[in-house]
Design a protein. Structure first.
Length: 366
């Protein structure tokens, strides 16, 4: 039985990767931060909590000594480093913390591998944010980097450090440069899930429009479930290498919102431009989307489009889920959650004790 260690199990990719590795028969050790122990909802969602081959381990990425002890205790043959401060917007507010967690912490794990067992295969989650102000279209493994956020800069440090350990110490450092990948398990601070949960709320009658930032940013969005298959394949390759995982299709935030409203059976019409743009219901004219400058970033990445040809050729990896299917999947999951919570709160109020209901009845009658 192979043993893997995943850092960042409470995130979207950690949950899907754990599911994949357990399905393949691995023993999986998975780390989480003490303060994120309440975010096991994704593991519950996938039915992984209590799995006999999944062991959750508390770990602080910033502590080099505990990285060594972690590897000595788990003895993995593969380490998947997914833990990071992953919100680009937050990285402008907390650049130092982001640099430590997303950048420097990766060095701690690489050093621990060098000390404990240099044969461990290490996966580093690099990001399309490293392309930032993209120097060519589409972006490939050879495109020069130009990060536009503290997050992108930190990821670039970790990226080069992994290559450096590959070349200096012969460590199997496999790298995936992942473009945006989404799912019903995405956190609702990211724009796709913010949109699909807003669509669910609005389609169930809520009146408060969705407040978004830059609607004209373009992203190459795929399904996270497809991408973890690529991540696994990167560590099974004959030699350590760097691969772009992307769909080769790019779409604006505005168009993602249009598709998501359509998935809930609602048409949206767009009016105005820039900070004054808004989207209204095609049938009733009620406001569905307004632009809110608070969600703009100090520096924006305007356009990302990845070419995954190398991953197709060498790893035989291809994204299988179209953007339309992804939108439908995410909207359906959010509609389900929203109607369950509406049903739950109305069941809770109708289950109020008899005397309270009687009082409400009397008050409204008088
Ligand atoms: C590859 C990369 O992918 C992700 O980073 P991201 O692209 O920044 O993702 P996002 O969903 O936060 O923003 C996408 C775009 O949408 C725009 N946008 C408009 N209005 C809102 C808005 O209201 N909220 C947010 N969050 N974004 C908005 C925003 O300005 C940006 O242009 C992370 O997984 C990251 O870890 C990673 O590695």
């Amino acid at each position: 039985m192979k043993t893997a260690l995943i850092t960042g199990i409470t995130g979207q990719d950690g949950a899907y990767l754990a599911q994949l590795l357990l399905h393949k028969g691995y023993k999986v050790y998975a780390t989480y931060r003490r303060s994120s122990s309440s975010s096991f909802w994704r593991l519950h969602y996938l039915g992984l909590i209590g799995h006999e081959r999944l062991e959750l381990v508390e770990h602080d990425l910033l502590d080099p000594g505990s990285a060594v002890r972690l590897l000595e205790a788990c003895r993995p043959s593969e380490v998947y480093n997914l833990a990071a401060q992953t919100f680009v917007g937050v990285s402008f507010e907390q650049p130092s913390l982001t640099s430590q967690v997303t950048g420097l912490a990766v060095l701690n794990m690489l050093e621990a591998i060098r000390i404990v067992d240099p044969d461990i295969r290490f996966y580093q989650a690099s990001s399309a944010e490293m392309f930032g102000k993209a120097q060519e279209v589409p972006q490939t493994e050879d495109t020069p980097f130009y990060p536009r956020s503290p997050y992108g800069v930190a990821k670039l440090y970790a990226h080069w450090m992994t290559i450096n350990y590959r070349e200096s110490y012969n460590i199997f450092g496999g790298i995936g440069i992942l473009f945006n990948h989404e799912s019903p398990l995405r956190g609702d601070d990211f724009v796709t899930r913010k949109i699909t949960s807003g669509v669910a709320r609005l389609s169930l009658g809520d009146k408060e429009p969705l407040r978004l930032g830059n609607l004209s940013a373009y992203r190459d969005w795929g399904f996270a479930g497809d991408y973890v298959e690529g991540i696994w394949a990167i560590l099974q390759a004959d030699k350590p290498d760097t691969f772009v995982l992307a769909t080769n299709v790019t779409t604006s935030v505005r168009e993602f919102a249009t598709k998501s409203f359509a998935a809930a059976g609602m048409g949206i019409e767009w009016h105005g431009e820039g900070a004054h743009e808004r989207g209204t219901c095609a049938k009733t004219g009620r406001p569905l989307v307004v632009v809110d400058r608070r969600f703009y970033r100090p520096a924006e990445v305007d356009f990302l489009l990845g070419n995954p040809a190398k991953a197709g050729r060498i790893l035989n990896w291809r994204p299988r889920t179209s953007l339309d299917d992804l939108c439908r999947m995410m909207v359906a999951a959010d509609l389900n959650r929203a109607s369950l919570s509406t049903a739950f709160s109305s069941a809770a109020s109708s289950a109020a004790p008899e005397p309270e209901r009687a009082i409400v009845h009397q008050l409204s009658a008088s």
